[in-house]
Design a protein around this ligand. Structure first.
Ligand code: PMP
Length: 415
């Protein structure tokens, strides 16, 4: 069944795996098969080295010192911003705000952009497949302002119901915030269309790109959205660093998110003026090492070629979708026409957490739970699913190991 892992000419996965030190270990006596990349992905040596180099050679605070180390740190930190800008095809690096991650980016937009502009009876649209980080900030905002949260339904296949979305949009719609790629289903949402439809009623759109940035080429200008967020740690970069991209004219008009050093031009007790964007939104000493590591991750992806990476992951997803059908009683949740890198499933008679534990004993790491998407689990009437999520270093042989471990779990429960 399995073909050589190096089958894709343009992408040598065996060589790629050499770049990831963590992969070369055994777990419970089995080679590690890491299929929990939706939660966080591993870091190539280039990223680990970039962070280590920063601390060993350049460590200093940014934007302040006139000394050599501070200048080097600032150049590296701002260089990383430029790399992010190119990754998402931003008009300029001034449109890129460094944040802790997707969660912080969404909270920032809710607090600094939407909250001051919304009044009772206005509507915010999210979808039924959102991660909690794209639900709770809007709920908090609705609670505080009297705005109303509207929810785009999800079809049985795990796609957004676009007719229902059209019906939800209206003169009261102020803001739409939806996920680009679902972390629980793998669905790639039709974001250009979503944006066009929202703009047609005068609403602005934020996209949660946490699961999209690692798998797809993201072009914020082609998509036409107003805000885009993703997390560094899911795209082979460090934890604690993420990105908010926003249209420059929107960023300029936004209230500061947090106050402190770095985000000001001049402070007196009578009046404070703020730094230019994006620094206005980066109060305090930023995650300098994180940004530099993220820049290195982007360089690494660039060198491999995002298209080759996407083709490899598509191949794995297709292969795995077919291969898991050998497991009696296994049902996939999320059968959208357009999917990326994620296989969510339940197995009749075996709780998802038991699947997770049994697989772990075989060295196979998957996620089991509600995937921070409880409303979606309710929609599909399941408490939890098991989720295998693929990254560029995964192989068909690892999919075979997953299937072998699932068949083993089936056997244990059928005894
Ligand atoms: N949105 C989606 C779709 C996600 O998958 C995640 C992470 N699981 C988040 C948002 C939150 O990302 P972070 O925890 O890095 O802020």
């Amino acid at each position: 069944m399995s073909q050589p892992a190096t089958r894709l000419n343009s992408f040598d996965v065996t060589r790629v795996r050499e770049d990831f030190p963590i992969l070369h270990q055994t777990v419970h006596g089995h080679p590690l098969v890491y299929l929990d990349n939706g939660a966080t992905s591993h870091k190539p040596r280039a990223v680990i080295d970039a962070v280590s180099h920063y601390y060993s050679a350049d460590n200093s605070n940014v934007h302040r010192g006139v000394h050599a180390l501070s200048e080097r740190a600032t150049v590296a930190y701002e260089g990383a911003r430029g790399k992010v800008a190119r990754l998402v095809n931003a008009g300029s690096s001034r449109e890129v705000v460094f944040v802790r991650g997707t969660t912080e980016a969404i909270n920032l937009v809710a607090a600094s952009h939407v909250r001051p502009r919304i009044t009772e009876g206005d509507e915010i649209v999210v979808s039924h497949m959102e991660h909690h980080s794209n639900i709770v900030p809007w709920q908090l905002l609705c609670k505080a302002t009297g705005a109303r949260l509207r929810v785009i339904p999800v079809t049985d296949a795990g796609e957004l119901d676009m007719d229902a979305y059209a019906d939800l949009l209206g003169p009261r719609t102020r803001f739409v915030s939806v996920v680009h790629v679902s972390n629980a289903l793998g669905t790639i949402n039709p974001v250009r269309r979503i944006v066009e439809m929202a703009h047609a009623v005068g609403a602005q759109v934020m996209l949660d790109g946490a699961q999209a940035a690692p798998h797809l080429t993201v072009d914020v200008q082609a998509i036409g959205c107003d805000f885009y967020a993703f997390s560094g740690h899911k795209i082979y970069g460090p934890t604690g660093i993420g990105v908010l991209w926003a249209r420059p004219e929107l960023l300029s008009g936004m209230e500061p998110y947090q106050g402190g050093g770095e985000m000001i031009r001049a402070v007196s007790f009578e009046e404070t003026t703020y730094a230019e964007v994006p620094h206005k939104f980066e109060a305090g000493t930023p995650n300098i090492a994180g940004a530099i590591g993220l820049g290195a991750a982007i360089d690494y992806l660039d060198a491999l070629g995002l298209e080759a990476v996407a083709a490899h992951e598509d191949d794995l997803l297709r292969y795995a979708t077919e291969a898991v059908s050998q497991v009696p009683g296994l049902r996939i949740h999320g059968n959208a026409r357009d999917k990326a890198g994620i296989l969510s499933f339940v197995v009749d008679g075996i709780h998802a957490h038991d699947i997770g534990t049994i697989l772990d004993r075989r060295g196979v790491a998957v996620r089991a739970g509600h995937h921070c998407a409880m409303p979606l689990m309710q929609r599909f009437s399941v408490a939890a699913t098991a989720r295998a999520s693929f990254a560029l270093y995964n192989t068909r042989e690892e999919v075979d190991a997953l299937v072998g471990a699932l068949l083993h779990a089936r056997e244990l429960f059928d005894r």
